[in-house]
Design a protein around this ligand. Structure first.
Ligand code: CA
Length: 233
């Protein structure tokens, strides 16, 4: 049974989350502020944390940053709850180390799906963060710091774009269908249309390819899906 720490100051939302998590078989500990959450994490490391951003006292992102900065807590999956979608990339990116986020209002099913996805990714071994950076003339990708550069220019990727690129780069020359990419990158239970994959691939190409219309790294395999071509000069 997985232990989940829920950090949310609004009692009705907290109770709703706890109710659904328990129903799905999680063991839940809930707290209303980041300071208490931090103290609980010191006592016992949860398997995952559902963390609201706007809290009284210490903010969710600050807690996230602190947990990531310490060896013992650096790898706990964190699912952020936020009402501020437009700021999320800027706020979190991967700098603060959140694994995923969900925007209020959310459905309980979506919450459970995202939580399962972060838990599953956390359980995948070996951890991609332990890999040495991927480096060619055209692309540099650091799995530990999430730094991405192309032709020596830094590239600013959203969390999902980073995960998609990471998945492709770590499985070079393997053709993935849209459904397979949805499974591996978005998570099995999320409600995303396969076309979403195409949109994100196009976005990634526009960010990392020299000529996005004539991609050399992320290739389309007609009728099958996408693959990453590693040996690009
Ligand atoms: Ca709040």
């Amino acid at each position: 049974m997985k232990n989940v720490l829920v950090v949310e100051d609004e009692a009705d939302i907290r109770e709703l989350i706890c109710h659904h998590l328990k129903k799905e078989g999680f063991r839940v500990l809930d707290v209303a502020d980041a300071e208490t959450a931090y103290a609980e994490v010191q006592k016992r490391l949860p398997d995952a944390i559902v963390l609201d951003l706007m809290l009284p006292g210490m903010q969710g992102l600050e807690l996230c940053r602190i947990l990531r900065s310490k060896d013992r807590t650096a790898r706990v999956p964190i699912l952020i709850l936020t009402a501020k979608e437009e700021e999320i990339d800027k706020l979190i990116g991967f700098e603060m180390g959140a694994d995923d986020y969900i925007t209020k209002p959310f459905s309980p099913r979506e919450l459970i799906a995202r939580l399962r996805a972060v838990l599953r990714r956390a359980g995948e071994a070996p951890s991609p963060e332990q890999r040495p950076p991927y480096e060619t003339d055209s692309l540099y990708l650091n799995f530990a710091t999430y730094e991405v550069r192309t032709r020596n220019k830094p590239v600013d990727l959203s969390p999902i774009e980073f995960r998609l690129l990471r998945h492709l780069v770590t499985h070079p020359e393997i053709v993935f269908s849209r459904d397979q990419l949805l499974d591996s990158v978005w998570g099995r239970d999320t409600y995303v249309m396969p076309r979403t994959v195409d949109v994100h691939v196009q976005k990634l190409r526009s960010l990392i390819e020299e000529d996005p219309r004539n991609p050399k790294m992320i290739l389309t395999v007609r009728g099958a899906g996408y693959k990453f071509q590693p040996n690009v000069k």
